[in-house]
Design a protein around this ligand. Structure first.
Ligand code: HEM
Length: 520
């Protein structure tokens, strides 16, 4: 072959490769960067070729704050491109009502990482990963089981566990407060211990789940919980967002297989011990979730039972502990709120006992304090993303099947038309709702005090347990102590500890406790 011909061949090859490359790049750009489904809601600012808005999410503020900023620029409902995936962000109550509630049949599925669904929770067919499973018959089955065990009257039968845990909590605080003396102490250790031991005791009963604050098993289960919920963070889903680059991104399968082994061992052991107790004499076993499950559902597998235990721990511990940490910060910043709550306790309960569920009706201001904490600091600020199962038309927009739908509670909870002075901590703003709900009037999305437990078909199934447990702890705390800041400066509640975390907690801060009455 002479030089001339070689050059011609090379040019042809280069031309073909170049054309194919350019065509593929163009196709890729079209797939990733252009809305090909027609008129979707407006696109959030700053979209870039290939990656969409992924780089925009990498800011030194939490994703919910980025979403709230965009809502001010493009309106309450808009589209975000997470690599190849389309997310629609709902920033107001109306769109949540219209889509998540009124069209729940097509807006209630999930599209989450296989690491969660297939590895950690053993797959839809056999596992028990209720919060992460798509809408369908397995989800319905698991939802029905857990719902039945978490009804208000069932929560009543778990009250002894909540009070026992509260007492332990207050005693732990007493000790830490004495040790902290002048500089105060950070209550997080005691709060996390309370939240984790409460949820474990609700699942297996208090007897099997006694752990002191330094117990290594307890610390292992904290770590397992954080590791499993971390998969929900957008930053952990890069492989799903950019599947064509997945060969460049290390797979986490091995890491998750290790996690599964550890969690299966932890819950497998507890379940085995629990079953042995039940086999000996069920009448001697205290009321708890597992007792309920084994008594009412003889056909449920051990795998599903231990997965559900893990779900309770994952869904119920960080959320409750985050709420209590924000509550402490808010109370320390608002001594006047504590004084009003304490005056209500003195008037309605007295000094000789701690408040119980029978006092709830007479302590509406304390309920308002909890509502306000959950409004300003939703423990899961972006809830858990939903996914559509059919194409839909919403106003002038098309919402295709398979779109991820995210509720941005930060925007929804700070809408000044619904919450005047939205950034202020004002428990009294909820008193009207509390009075009306007692009289069984409206419970629609618009009338609810906050959407921290979400809404619609996937609404938190643990809401009664969570509300009761928060009320039990908050009343115990307010009746026993006045919480003081260690300096004149207010605790900064405008930032959260882990910017990209799925759940939100304040930055750790010290407080001091001043005893009001005996613990119990
Ligand atoms: C302050 C405490 C809590 C908050 C703020 C909270 C919030 C939430 C949210 C936002 C969701 C997602 C709803 C959706 O997808 O639309 C959820 C789901 C869920 N929560 Fe909670 N939760 C709390 C406590 C609990 C507790 C104590 C339990 C049980 C022990 C629990 C069990 C669940 C379960 C099983 C789901 C999945 C429901 C489903 O997908 O059908 N949660 N929760």
């Amino acid at each position: 072959m002479d030089l001339q011909q070689k050059l011609t061949n090379d040019t042809v090859i280069a031309g073909v490769v170049g054309t194919v490359g350019a065509y593929l790049t163009y196709k890729l750009y079209k797939t990733i960067s252009q809305p090909s489904e027609g008129n979707m809601p407006p696109i959030a600012p700053g979209r870039q070729p290939f990656v969409g808005h992924l780089l925009q999410m990498n800011q030194p503020i939490p994703p919910q704050k980025v979403f709230s900023k965009w809502a001010k620029e493009v309106g309450p409902v808009y589209t975000v491109h997470m690599g190849t995936k389309r997310w629609i962000i709902l920033n107001n109550t109306e769109s949540v009502r219209d889509l998540i509630v009124n069209r729940g049949a097509i807006y209630s599925s999930r599209d989450l990482s296989p690491l969660l669904v297939d590895i950690l929770f053993h797959g839809v067919e056999n596992g028990g990963g209720l919060p992460f499973f798509p809408y369908g018959k397995e989800w319905r089955y698991l939802r029905r089981l857990t719902h039945a065990s978490l009804l208000k009257r069932k929560v009543d039968s778990y009250q002894h566990i909540l009070e026992d845990r509260r007492l332990d909590f207050l005693k732990n605080l007493e000790e830490a407060n004495k040790a902290g003396a002048e500089e105060g102490f950070c209550m997080n250790t005691q709060i996390e211990h309370l939240a984790m031991t409460t949820v474990l005791s609700i699942v297996y009963g208090g007897e099997l789940c006694y752990y002191d604050t330094n117990n290594p098993d307890l610390h292992a289960i904290y770590a397992q919980t954080s590791e499993s919920t971390a998969v929900l963070q957008p930053s952990e889903q890069i492989r799903e967002f950019l599947p064509i680059f997945s060969f460049l991104i290390p797979s986490r399968v091995k890491q998750y297989e290790g996690l599964v082994k550890r969690t299966d061992t932890f819950h497998g052991n507890l379940l085995k011990q629990f079953k042995e107790k039940m086999a000996k004499n069920p009448d001697n076993v205290e009321n708890c979730f597992m007792k309920d499950m084994l008594t009412e559902n003889s056909d449920i597998t051990d795998l599903r039972l231990s997965d559900l235990a893990m779900v309770f721990v994952a869904a119920g511990s960080d959320t409750t502990s985050g709420t209590l940490q924000w509550l402490v910060a808010a109370l320390a910043n608002h001594p006047e709120v504590q004084d009003r709550a304490y005056a209500d306790i003195l008037e309605n309960v007295g000094k000789d006992r701690l408040p119980g569920p029978e006092d709830e009706e007479n302590l509406p201001y304390i309920k308002g304090i909890l509502f306000e904490t959950l409004r300003l600091h939703p423990p899961a600020p972006l809830s858990v993303p939903h996914c559509t199962t059919e194409d839909d038309v919403y106003g002038d927009w098309i919402i295709p099947k398979g779109t991820t739908i995210v509720m941005n509670l930060d925007s929804i909870h700070r809408d000044p038309t619904r919450y005047p002075q939205p950034d202020k901590f004002l428990p009294e703003r909820h008193l009207e709702f509390i009075k009306n709900s007692k009289n069984q009037t409206s419970q629609s999305v618009e009338d609810r005090p906050h959407l921290s437990f979400s809404s619609g078909r996937r609404m938190c199934v643990g809401i009664h347990l969570a509300e009761r447990s928060l009320f039990t702890t908050a009343t115990g705390l307010l009746a026993t102590y006045r919480i003081e800041r260690v300096s004149e400066e207010l605790i900064d509640v405008s930032i959260q500890r882990d910017i990209y975390g799925v759940t939100s907690n304040p930055v750790p801060h010290n407080v001091r406790l001043v005893r009001r009455v005996p613990i119990a």
